[in-house]
Design a protein around this ligand. Structure first.
Ligand SMILES: Nc1ncnc2c1ncn2[C@@H]1O[C@H](COP(=O)(O)OP(=O)(O)O)[C@@H](O)[C@H]1O
Ligand code: SF4
Ligand SMILES: [Mg+2]
Length: 359
């Protein structure tokens, strides 16, 4: 397990983010506290629409918060001006899900990589530019580089394009890379190769990686030596070291996510503990349930408590993960919810009905 230093690169403190859409306020990020430490792997996992990309963009300094504070190296991000702001922007990079959309189709790979290197004055002269491009393409396993440099994005496979996007992020020597669903659009067969390469780059370049995915199996694979933050409707509901969260999920939502991951061995899948939900429906962001936003779906719902109190991230036990679940943190256990019986009438009503049936 990699040890992490105490000064985070980026810190989100009580961060909220709202958007306006069709004259309606959409509170996408409710309240997030999250730190990313140097060289760590932090995975953000959750269903589509829970706010992962919005969080990733705020971590990468591409999006302002509506409320709360974002700190970089302990200083508010908006206090960085001029040259300092330019250095900060370079040190935080993002790799998007769709490399086709983020790579200019009219430029060759050489042009795509030359642009940031020249713009930021990171190379001196053509020979050094060429050497650096060759080095970057080798780092992302696009070899021999001579076969790649003169190609356009459409002439590469999806996996190769994503490797170019990663190489482009590396041109500016970042300290942190947000990889947002970076392998979701590439063929399953080549995903592992890209993930292994990201691991290697983290070790070699000492860069922190925030890996965003909706796929818990990928999160488990990629972030085993790091941490996982599980998001639900704009909040983190559980965060901790990956082996702790995977082996001992504490939040009912994390339990349900883990139960839904198929195992390689069908026999193990059959014997996996099932975690039923009371509803499959994800509430709308414009109509977030009060109290714990997961309560309409939670099988451990406690009326009067879960629908009124907003749970706060609290350690489940010393040294273990933080969990936002009121009954769990206050009582230390969860009790399955029992649906109140439907009232079908009194005994007197039933007796009257019987008497009527007999006459
Ligand atoms: N610029 C925006 N304007 C309006 N709504 C947005 C904007 N960006 C994101 N959203 C909404 O915020 C929600 C969460 O988005 P996102 O952060 O992309 O979630 P995820 O990455 O988990 O799927 C979505 O419902 C999305 O439509
Ligand atoms: S707070 Fe209540 S509703 Fe929310 S996850 Fe915990 S038990 Fe379920
Ligand atoms: Mg997303």
């Amino acid at each position: 397990m990699t040890s992490i230093s105490t000064q985070p690169i980026v810190e989100l403190r009580h961060v909220q983010r709202r958007f306006m859409k069709d004259r309606q306020v959409i509170p996408v990020i409710q309240d997030i506290d999250l730190s990313v430490y140097p060289r760590e792997i932090l995975c953000i996992v959750g269903e589509s629409g829970c706010g992962k990309t919005t969080t990733g963009k705020m971590i990468a300094g591409l999006l302002n918060q509506s409320e709360g504070d974002i700190l970089v190296d302990g200083r508010p991000i908006d206090s960085y001006k001029g040259k300092e702001a330019a250095v900060l922007r370079r040190s935080l990079q993002i790799v998007h899900q769709d490399p086709f959309a983020s790579l200019n189709p009219a430029h060759t790979i050489e042009q795509i990589l030359s642009f940031p290197l020249q713009r930021h004055g990171l190379v001196n002269g053509r020979a050094e530019l060429r050497r650096r491009i060759w080095e970057l393409l080798t780092m992302v396993d696009l070899t021999p580089p001579g076969d790649i440099v003169h190609k356009f994005p459409h002439q590469l496979s999806g996996g190769q394009r994503q490797r170019v996007s990663i190489a482009r992020a590396l041109t500016v020597n970042p300290r942190l890379i947000v990889a947002d669903e970076a392998v979701s659009m590439v063929d399953v067969s080549i995903r592992i190769g890209i993930l292994k390469m990201l691991h290697r780059l983290r070790d070699e370049l000492k860069v922190a990686i925030v890996f965003i995915t909706h796929d818990l199996a990928l999160a488990k694979y990629f972030a085993w030596e790091g941490r996982i933050a599980v998001m639900y409707l704009g909040r983190i509901v559980e965060i901790g070291r990956t082996p702790d969260v995977i082996a001992n999920p504490a939040h009912p939502y994390t339990k349900a996510l883990i139960a839904a991951v198929p195992e390689a061995d069908p026999e193990r899948t059959r014997h996996k503990e099932q975690v039923p939900l009371r509803s499959e429906e994800i509430p709308k962001l414009t109509d977030i349930p009060p109290g714990c936003a997961f309560h309409p779906r939670c099988n451990f719902f406690q009326p009067g408590r879960c629908d009124t109190l907003i749970p706060i991230l609290t350690p489940v036990s010393e040294g273990h993960q933080l969990v936002a679940c009121t009954p769990l943190t206050e009582d230390g256990h969860l009790t399955p919810y029992v649906e109140p019986p439907t009232v079908i009438g009194t005994l007197a009503d039933q007796h009257r009905q019987k008497t009527n049936d007999m006459t």
